[in-house]
Design a protein around this ligand. Structure first.
Ligand SMILES: O=C(O)CCC(=O)C(=O)O
Ligand SMILES: [Fe+2]
Length: 294
């Protein structure tokens, strides 16, 4: 909610055009993240770097939200905000806190695998954790790496901390202006940085902030008439789940996002969404009515 004492738009409700299609929303549910490489223009990235180096070099430069270049160019960047609007609906709120994971370069130790504190496991998508690189982050600058599909994998933090390299991880390395959206509970870590600074900043700056939902979910992103929810795959691509469980979890999240939670009856066995080999035009057992072929 917007506070009365400031005109800085902390928590302000916003709207814009959704940019994601049905397939992209399904992919977000499967993967738990969406990369938007280089979406912020260079002049905005430069102003952000100047601000982080000269005005506020702390780990929580939240007052950067006083700057219109940041609100308009980064938080309401058309591709990023369009993806947020698709996933959280109209009236999504701007962040309340901006963190900067300001990593020294070089940096020997990768972080422990973790999910951020406060994670809960749920079909609901009430908020998004979003990251932004104002300068290019190359593989040797210690980009964050994520484990696709891991937002549905329960594990205790002390067990995750024992893990080293994991198969199937994806790096967020990208050009200046790269933004990526995540389901809050996705497994991630900062990787090792062997490089010295390459850009203007002495650090690898990575801003992190959350947007929140204010409206009930409904399927009001870019819908695709030709999509058949009976044959589309919901499995997370990493393929490390117990058979079908990742697809079931992703389908539950998608169903919730469509506002069709009440239509989803998971009865076990060869229920939607795992029986994707049904004949063309045939509905699986249990396909939610509003997603079924009629
Ligand atoms: O710096 C990074 O790449 C990730 C940092 C992080 O995940 C954390 O501190 O929670
Ligand atoms: Fe983290």
């Amino acid at each position: 909610m917007e506070t009365a004492t400031t005109c800085t738009p902390y928590g302000k409700e916003m709207d814009c055009k959704p940019t994601l299609t049905d397939r992209e929303v399904v992919d977000f549910c499967r993967n738990g993240y969406l990369m938007l490489p280089g979406v912020v223009p260079d002049d905005v990235n430069r102003q952000v770097i100047d601000y982080l180096d000269r005005v506020d070099s702390t780990y929580e430069p939240t007052p950067i939200m006083e700057e219109s270049f940041f609100v308009d160019g980064v938080l309401m960047n058309p591709q990023a905000a369009g993806a947020v609007r698709s996933l959280l609906g109209s009236g999504f709120t701007l962040p309340l806190i901006i963190s900067n994971h300001r990593g020294p370069l070089p940096f020997d130790q990768p972080q422990n695998w973790h999910r951020d504190g406060g994670t809960i496991y749920t079909d609901r998508l009430d908020y998004l954790q979003v990251f932004y690189y104002p300068e290019e982050c190359t593989e040797d600058m210690g980009p964050t790496v994520v484990l696709p599909g891991s937002h549905f994998m329960r594990n205790k933090a002390p067990m995750m901390a024992h893990l080293g390299s994991i198969r199937g991880t994806v790096s967020s390395a990208g050009p200046a202006g790269t933004i990526f959206l995540t389901v809050y509970g996705i497994w991630h870590r900062r990787s090792r940085a062997t490089s010295h600074p390459k850009g203007k900043s002495k650090y690898r700056n990575l801003l992190k902030y959350n947007y929140w939902r204010t409206v009930p979910p409904r399927r009001d992103w870019i819908t695709q008439e030709d999509i058949d929810f009976n044959t589309i795959k919901f499995d997370p691509p990493a393929g490390v789940f117990e058979q079908f469980q990742g697809a079931i979890a992703a389908a539950r999240m998608f169903t919730w996002l469509c506002g069709a939670e009440d239509e989803y009856r998971k009865r076990g066995g060869q229920c939607w969404p795992i029986a994707t080999t049904v004949r063309d035009g045939v509905n699986q057992e249990g396909t939610p009515g509003s997603l079924a072929n009629r």
